[in-house]
Design a protein around this ligand. Structure first.
Ligand SMILES: C[S@@+](CC[C@H](N)C(=O)[O-])C[C@H]1O[C@@H](n2cnc3c(N)ncnc32)[C@H](O)[C@@H]1O
Length: 200
């Protein structure tokens, strides 16, 4: 399975290197850290951006109350086909994360409890970053009535941390949602990565 996933991944990288922005699917160690401690209030859903071959989807499937509390948004149709075969009860939309609020508006009236993001922000151009950050802003619902607010979680590779596009993304997020939490580097991933979280 892992080798097959790498093959699918390499093919996707060759088709669109900047949009994939990685050399391999995330490890199960990083994927577990991306969903660690997630609490989903009743009626809330998880939105995943860029599930790829599904390492984080697999971990999310273990913490959601039912498959309809999930939607994955993936731009690559080949990954969407693979994900649908692998997680037949879960819902995937082939499209761009920028349009997530539109896709969700057409679904059940569920609020977004968590956004788990596997997008390669450091390799996305500023105009695409802006559109996606605006979509995130529209979906982040502040805490109320004792319920936690929406949590947004993503990762950044250690080697890409100082890149202007990566710094720009963190600045935008900190400006909108307050200073984010940064994990220790997750070394058991190729390449090593930090997990970043913002919660409103
Ligand atoms: C770095 S890979 C991560 C894949 C997977 N989450 C993982 O951790 O192995 C980035 C993924 O985001 C997808 N992607 C890139 N831009 C996107 C966009 N604007 N909307 C949705 N998916 C996108 C790519 O096709 C790819 O599957």
């Amino acid at each position: 399975m892992a080798t097959l996933d790498h093959l699918h991944f390499v093919k996707a990288v060759l088709r669109s290197p900047a949009a994939v922005g990685a050399i391999a699917p995330s490890s199960s160690v990083l994927a577990r850290q991306m969903v660690a401690g997630l609490e989903l209030p009743p009626g809330h859903m998880v939105v995943e951006f860029g599930p790829g071959t599904g390492p984080m989807t697999e971990q999310i499937s273990k913490v959601i109350p039912s498959p309809d509390a999930y939607v994955g948004i993936e731009r690559d149709p080949n990954f969407v086909k693979l994900l649908t075969e692998r997680f037949p009860k879960m819902r995937f939309v082939q499209g761009s994360a920028e349009k997530a609020p539109e896709y969700i508006a057409e679904m059940d009236h569920q609020q977004v409890g968590a956004i788990i993001c596997g997008l390669p922000f450091a390799s996305l151009p500023p105009s695409v970053q802006d559109g996606i950050v605006d979509a995130i802003r529209q979906m982040m619902t502040p805490a109320s009535d004792g319920r936690p607010g929406t949590i947004f979680r993503t990762f950044q590779y250690v080697h890409a941390w100082p890149l202007p596009t990566a710094v720009r993304f963190r600045r935008m997020m900190n400006g909108l949602f307050g200073k984010g939490r940064i994990s220790r580097p997750v070394m058991r991933n190729l390449p090593p990565a930090f997990v970043l979280s913002w919660q409103v």
